[in-house]
Design a protein. Structure first.
Length: 249
């Protein structure tokens, strides 16, 4: 499997700011990986329920996605806050650790700021997924799985006007894609599965495997790494990214 590590970079002249987080940034060997986002209420509280509801009303694509699957436009702000303090923070810190453990030549191809933005917001769209599906104890039906899969595109739509970089938005939208484009949502011919995507996917999967959820127990470090090792065989991440994850955790 040949990986294209050259994700195009976008210069949008976005304002810079401090992101205040309850969990400290990862700082190996004195190197700071603190986020440099913009001073915006979104980054302090991920948006209030009323702000998210206003975004839904102003975005026809969100209403279209929800209507197609019979999902009510109900904002689950409690779930979003839980994700913010748990899985999203864990994914962000793990992604920063992976980056710090990469060979120097691969670090030059990765964009740490975009990766951390995307890690912190990759599951933002779950604020619109019904709790009965998000926290179902058993296996999802095919219909429920299709609704769950909406979260990545819903997150992109909710965030696309919130001053995140274009690269970070692409990572959020396609964090469940594969190099061949067999994941979701559908991609066009310009889709590139690069090093930033691999880092985010590895961090997201490791964090999820290590967590206890309604449908599974938490796995040990060794069990989680053994599962992710299969992603190397299946061409989802490179050996370099796996080695960095193994070293980082």
């Amino acid at each position: 499997m040949n990986f294209n590590y050259n994700i195009p970079q976008f210069n949008l002249n976005l304002p810079k700011v401090q992101f205040r987080s309850a969990v400290p940034a990862y700082e190996p060997n004195g190197v700071s990986f603190k986020d440099t986002f913009t001073s915006n209420p979104l980054y302090d509280n991920f948006g209030t329920k009323s702000e998210i509801e206003a975004e839904i009303k102003s975005n026809p694509k969100i209403k279209e996605l929800l209507t197609q699957h019979g999902v009510p436009a109900k904002v689950n702000i409690e779930e979003l806050n839980k994700l913010r303090q748990g899985h999203l923070q864990d994914t962000r810190i793990t992604a920063a650790k992976i980056y710090s453990s990469l060979p120097q030549e691969l670090k030059k191809e990765a964009n740490l700021s975009d990766i951390q933005q995307a890690a912190m917001f990759h599951d933002y769209g779950k604020v619109l997924i019904p709790d009965s599906i998000l926290n179902k104890a058993g296996h999802l039906t095919e219909e429920e799985r299709e609704i769950m899969q909406l979260h990545s595109e819903l997150g992109y739509e909710l965030l696309k006007n919130k001053n995140l970089s274009s690269n970070a938005l692409g990572l959020i939208k396609y964090h469940h894609q594969t190099p061949e484009g067999n994941g979701y949502p559908v991609v066009n011919d310009n889709f590139i599965y690069g090093i930033d995507t691999q880092i985010l996917n590895a961090a997201d999967k490791y964090a999820a495997l290590r967590e206890k959820r309604s449908y599974k127990d938490a796995l040990s470090r060794e069990e989680a790494l053994e599962i992710i090792k299969e992603d190397v065989k299946n061409g989802l991440i490179s050996q370099d990214v796996y080695n960095a994850l193994e070293k980082a955790v």
